[in-house]
Write a protein that binds this ligand. Structure first.
Ligand SMILES: [Zn+2]
Length: 279
C-alpha cells in the first residue's frame, strides 16, 4: 500500500516541532506527504539578524516553509493564502484578510478538494486548543475536522470531486509530561520556569498524557527535523526557548512525537505503534 499522509496547519513552522520528524520519517520510507498551510505567518516573530520586516515577513516565511518542507521530504506544499490573524486580542484579528475571518465554508470547500485529490489514509491537524490557543490553530482544527468528514460525504461539495474517506484523523498533541520535563531541564539550568504552573496537575496546560494514542519514535529523523526547524530562521532565533537548552537535550526530547486519534474514536487508553499501524 502506498502510504499517503496529509498534514493541515495554519502557519509556516506549525509542522516543525510536533510533526517534523514524523513527516520526515514517512517520506524517507516512501510515503507520499502533502502539507497545507493556510497562511504565510505574516505577523509572527522576526528574529534578529534575519533581515525580515513586517512588510516582508510573509514572503520570508513562505520561503522558510519551502526550505523546511523540502528538508523533510514533503512532496507537495500548498498555501491557501489567507493572512495570519495574530495572537488573540491583537488588532490583526480584525483584518478582513485574516484567516479567522474567512468564511468556514470557503476554507472547508478548499480542504475537501485537497483531501479528495490527494486521497490520504491519514490526516493530521492540531488538537482543539491548537497547542496554546492561537486563533489560527483553533481555526484550522475546526476546518480540518469538518473537511475530513465532508470529503467522505459525496453529496457535499460535489464540485470538489468524488468522495474520499480517509482512514484516520490524528491530532498533534504535546503532552503535559513533555512540558514538565522541559521545566525540569530549565530548572536545572537556573532558568525562569514561572510560566509552567499551568502544566501542573489540574492546571489545564498540555495534552493529557493518557489521551496520547501514538508516540512516534523519530530518532532516525531528528537531524532532518533539526535542519527543518533551522529553516524557520525568523521564528527559531537565538531567544527561542529550545535554543537556550543544551542541543543534545533538545535533540533527545525531539525524538518523540505525540498524536491523539480523533477518528475513528479509539477505545480509552488505546495505543498504536505508528500512524498507519494495522492498515
Ligand atoms: Zn502557528
Amino acid at each position: 500500500m502506498q502510504q499517503t499522509l496529509l498534514a493541515l496547519f495554519a502557519h509556516p513552522d506549525d509542522e516543525a516541532f510536533g510533526t517534523g520528524g514524523t513527516l520526515s520519517q514517512y517520506a524517507a520510507a516512501g510515503a507520499d506527504v502533502t502539507l497545507v498551510c493556510t497562511t504565510r505567518g505574516e505577523v509572527g516573530e522576526i528574529a534578529e539578524g534575519t533581515g525580515a520586516t513586517p512588510e516582508t515577513l510573509g514572503e520570508v516565511r513562505e520561503a522558510e516553509l519551502r526550505c523546511a518542507a523540502e528538508t523533510v521530504g514533503v512532496r507537495e506544499l500548498i498555501f491557501l493564502g489567507y493572512r495570519d490573524s495574530g495572537m488573540a486580542g491583537t488588532p490583526e484579528n480584525a483584518d478582513p484578510r485574516a484567516y479567522v475571518n474567512a468564511p468556514a465554508d470557503q476554507v472547508v470547500s478548499q480542504l475537501v478538494g485537497i483531501i479528495r485529490r490527494v486521497q490520504p489514509q491519514v490526516v493530521i491537524t492540531f488538537e482543539p486548543n491548537g497547542g496554546y490557543g492561537h486563533p489560527d490553530h483553533i481555526a484550522i482544527h475546526h476546518h480540518a475536522v469538518a473537511a475530513f468528514h465532508a470529503a467522505a460525504d459525496g453529496p457535499r461539495y460535489p464540485e470538489q470531486g468524488p468522495a474520499w474517506q480517509a482512514a484516520r484523523l490524528f491530532y498533534t498533541a504535546i503532552p503535559r509530561s513533555f512540558f514538565l520535563r522541559m521545566r525540569d531541564e530549565m530548572d536545572a539550568l537556573g532558568m525562569d520556569t514561572s510560566g509552567f504552573a499551568r502544566f501542573e496537575e489540574g492546571g489545564g496546560g498540555g495534552w493529557p498524557d493518557e489521551q496520547v494514542n501514538v508516540v512516534m519514535d523519530v530518532a532516525d529523523a531528528v537531524e532532518a527535523k533539526w535542519s527543518a526547524l533551522n529553516c524557520h530562521r525568523t521564528q527559531f532565533g537565538p531567544g527561542n526557548l529550545f535554543r537556550r537548552l543544551p542541543e543534545p537535550t533538545v535533540k533527545e526530547m525531539m525524538q518523540r512525537e505525540y498524536f491523539a486519534l480523533a477518528w475513528p474514536e479509539p477505545e480509552p487508553g488505546a495505543r498504536f505503534d505508528d500512524l498507519f499501524d494495522g492498515m
